[in-house]
Design a protein around this ligand. Structure first.
Ligand code: NDP
Length: 295
């Protein structure tokens, strides 16, 4: 039987609608409008597209958003000053610095300048530390989106073996740390595999739930998994395709067609994990605004 396709687009739309409704209530009851500030430095086309999509989601959810664009040669101190003003601005509940930054700006210093109370991207070391020790905090958006996809697709993680392929700070490590927590929607036994493994199939073959975030096409093929595995494909890769008008198509990190016959459920690319990231950003920003309600 063919695997169930986990529809990230539909689930993300459902979450944004929930956020929109809660935002309307927050406005009505407390006169608070969630506010999200974006900082773009330089002329990176992909970054501009990402920020535009996030602005659109803010409009849809009824948020207020503001975007500051600085030139590629902006001074690090200007970036830090801007963050400093947003940190104390009561109308701003979330601050997002679009990465990557130009090479002369220290990304770690910039991320650490964001108040953890407004760190809706979930990258500040304080936020990451709280996540690891199981304290309430903003979960980074893509990993949180993966957990939400599993929850809403009724995939139970408790006691299951989750194998994460990839150990980046934005996907692999945080998703592993989220799913290993002794908490609802988690409580999994987690293995992290990465490029130093001699043979990753030794790990993937034992996975009940397999999360792949390598940025490499066909990292996992059907001979590397057991029957009934749930596959979450985080990858976004461009491959040449002369049949497409734009000359390429987007694929994930796994052999989707091969795994479709063996898995019990799988996320497509596009339309799986991708749409969830912005939905979770909206959810984090709403939560930050709710946290600002005076006791
Ligand atoms: P990184 O390049 O930062 O990390 C990739 C990880 O995969 C590294 O830990 C690397 O190992 C490991 N790796 C690479 N090749 C192999 C291999 N053959 N076998 C085992 N491990 C391997 O990527 P990201 O985590 O940032 O992103 C991963 C993918 O997810 C990309 O395609 C990216 O575009 C996509 N992505 C999608 C998002 C979304 O849907 N919203 C958000 C973020 C990312 P090592 O550490 O040893 O180098």
């Amino acid at each position: 039987m063919e695997a169930q396709r986990i529809d990230g687009k539909a689930i993300a739309a459902e979450i944004k609608e929930e956020v929109r409704q809660k935002t309307a209530l927050l406005k009505e009851k407390h006169r608070i409008v969630p506010g999200l500030a974006f900082l773009l430095v330089g002329d990176n086309a992909a970054s501009k597209t990402y920020v535009r999509s996030k602005e659109k989601a803010c409009d849809l959810c009824g948020f207020h958003s503001t975007t500051i664009t600085m030139p590629a040669d902006a001074r690090e101190s200007d970036v830090l000053d801007k963050i400093g003003t947003w940190n104390i601005d009561p109308d701003i509940h979330g601050i997002l610095v679009q990465l990557p930054l130009p090479g002369h700006i220290d990304e770690d210093r910039v991320i650490e300048a964001i108040s953890p109370r407004k760190d809706v991207d979930g990258f500040h070391p304080v936020t990451v530390g709280k996540l690891v020790i199981g304290q309430e905090t903003f979960l980074p958006c893509t990993p949180a989106g993966i957990q939400e996809l599993l929850l809403r697709s009724k995939v139970d993680t408790a006691g299951k073996h989750v194998v994460v392929v990839g150990r980046s700070n934005i996907v692999g490590k945080p998703v592993a740390n989220i799913l290993v927590q002794k908490a609802a929607g988690a409580n999994a036994v987690v293995t992290i595999a990465h490029s130093a493994a001699e043979d990753i199939s030794r790990y993937t073959r034992d996975a009940d739930i397999l999360i792949v975030a390598t940025g490499r096409v066909n990292t996992v093929t059907s001979d590397m998994v057991k029957d009934g595995v749930v596959v979450i494909d985080v990858g976004i890769n461009r491959v040449d395709d002369a049949t497409k008008e734009r000359g390429y198509r987007i694929v994930g990190d796994v052999d989707f067609d091969g795994l479709l016959k063996k898995a019990s459920a799988i996320t497509p690319v596009p339309g799986g994990v991708g749409p969830m990231t912005i939905a979770m950003l909206m959810q984090n920003t709403l939560r930050s605004a709710e946290n600002s309600i005076a006791p």
